[in-house]
Design a binder for this molecule. Structure first.
Ligand SMILES: NC(=O)c1ccc[n+]([C@@H]2O[C@H](COP(=O)([O-])OP(=O)(O)OC[C@H]3O[C@@H](n4cnc5c(N)ncnc54)[C@H](O)[C@@H]3O)[C@@H](O)[C@H]2O)c1
Ligand SMILES: O=C(O)C(=O)C[C@@H](O)[C@H](O)[C@H](O)COP(=O)(O)O
Ligand SMILES: [Zn+2]
Length: 382
């Protein structure tokens, strides 16, 4: 069960209105706060976990923008505030960078009551969460997502990880944050390409779960691209509601949660195959969703011939790529298959794909390599 409430008597359009989406996981439950300005931070303040120190983990792009403000908000609440500034980029989501967090934690004598604050996009969130899961066998952490992608997806649900050269997010843990604080004001500094990457994950929620939301996105995509804050607020809230409902029903991905991986089997292959950082995650997922939608049609599950065209049009309007790249000039399909076989949904060497059965409802199925290879050969051309 998830609930969205407005934690204020102000109107929706008022900066003081805060949307609250709850993740219901018994003792691991937590709220996602969505809003702007002082009212958001006052509400967040009421939820900070108690601790001996606050450790802000961020990167060298986000630190100059937002670390000082967060530090000031935390200083009144924690006896000590520590900062860890990591290099920026998907290519740094690895052991070496993770170790930099542990080096600072140990160097500063952070104890079991330290609280980690992930200030940044999904890369920072995934690594900080994993560090929190491991440090002294587990310390509390808070997500302060500053990208659209992180606000609508990665800060919620407790998947934490680093990459391996052979596969995305291969080393990690399920470890839930204590709180998620989505400050819509931070999205104002986001480059257009990063905004579109976030829209890729937002659009994902339509075909897997909620076609009414897909229709709302079709009607409001221009407002989202133009950074209309009320449109963004609704997109963040509805995305979090859907993710919260799925995660609350299946925290550790024993079944239903796999639907959140729509487009990701192909997308992760693109990210690893092109080299981490060459393709933004949200862009790789967009191109992956186009392939997964085609696959659904090929398997006979998606009878509405118009839906595929609508998906492609919406992705394009959101500024997203719809054409997957060649990963190997001589044997492209085999390269995709080799990369996809390490996917976490694979079973006994068989690759499993999230497909639409039909649009609005997703399921995961094994698909013969030959069918996938044919599709890749048909659709990916140099
Ligand atoms: N855990 C999950 O459930 C989950 C879900 C989706 C994605 N992910 C992971 O998240 C990562 C992608 O996250 P992302 O798209 O946020 O990428 P990212 O973390 O690399 O951030 C994108 C870029 O935006 C910059 N940035 C962040 N906030 C900014 C701001 N407010 N203004 C200006 N620049 C800002 C960052 O420094 C970076 O350069 C991938 O590693 C992906 O695997 C995890
Ligand atoms: O939360 C989930 O579950 C998801 O699958 C969300 C995805 O958008 C996200 O990219 C996730 O990190 C992918 O998970 P993985 O288990 O395939 O690494
Ligand atoms: Zn994703």
């Amino acid at each position: 069960m998830t609930t969205a409430t407005t934690a204020s008597s102000f109107a929706q359009s008022d900066r003081a209105a805060i949307d609250v989406v709850q993740i219901d996981l018994a003792e691991r439950s937590y709220p996602i706060l969505i809003g702007q300005g002082e009212s958001l931070w006052q509400e967040a303040h009421a939820h900070w976990p108690k601790g001996t120190s606050a450790v802000i983990v961020t990167n060298d792009t986000v630190a100059p923008l937002y670390a000082k403000a967060l530090r000031q908000r935390l200083e009144g609440h924690y006896p000590k505030v520590i900062e860890v500034v990591l290099p920026d980029g998907e290519q740094y989501k690895n052991w070496e960078t993770l170790n930099q967090i542990f080096d600072v934690l140990l160097g500063q004598a952070a104890d079991r009551k330290a609280v980690l604050f992930a200030l940044g996009g999904g890369v920072i969130g995934d690594m900080t969460g994993f560090a929190a899961a491991c440090y002294m066998r587990g310390v509390p952490f808070v997500q302060v997502p500053t990208t659209l992608l992180a606000q609508v997806d990665s800060s919620v649900g407790g998947k934490t990880a680093i990459n391996h050269p052979l596969g995305k997010n291969m080393i990690g843990a399920f470890y839930q944050p204590k709180l998620v604080v989505c400050d819509l004001d931070t999205l104002k500094t986001l480059p257009a390409a990063e905004l579109s990457a976030g829209l890729g994950e937002v659009i994902k929620y339509g075909p897997i779960y909620d076609m009414a939301f897909f229709e709302w996105l079709e009607a409001n995509v221009q407002a989202l691209v133009a950074q209309d804050v009320e449109a963004l607020r609704y997109a963040v809230r509805r995305s979090c509601e859907i993710k919260a409902a799925v995660v609350s029903a299946d925290e550790t991905e024993s079944g239903l949660r796999e639907i959140l991986n729509f487009g990701h089997t192909f997308g992760h292959a693109i990210e690893a195959g092109k080299g981490y950082g060459a393709w933004l995650h949200g862009h790789a997922v967009a191109a992956g969703m186009v392939l997964a939608s085609h696959l659904s049609t090929k398997l006979g599950y998606q009878q509405d011939a118009q839906f595929h065209a609508r998906l492609v049009a919406l992705l394009e309007q959101a500024g997203l790529p719809v054409q997957a790249p060649v990963l190997d000039a001589t044997n492209n399909a085999q390269r995709y298959l080799d990369l996809m076989r390490v996917d976490k949904k694979s079973q006994g060497g068989a690759i499993r794909f999230v497909v639409l059965k039909p649009a609005g409802k997703a399921v995961t199925e094994k698909v013969d390599d030959a069918i996938v290879a044919n599709l890749l050969n048909e659709l990916i051309t140099a």
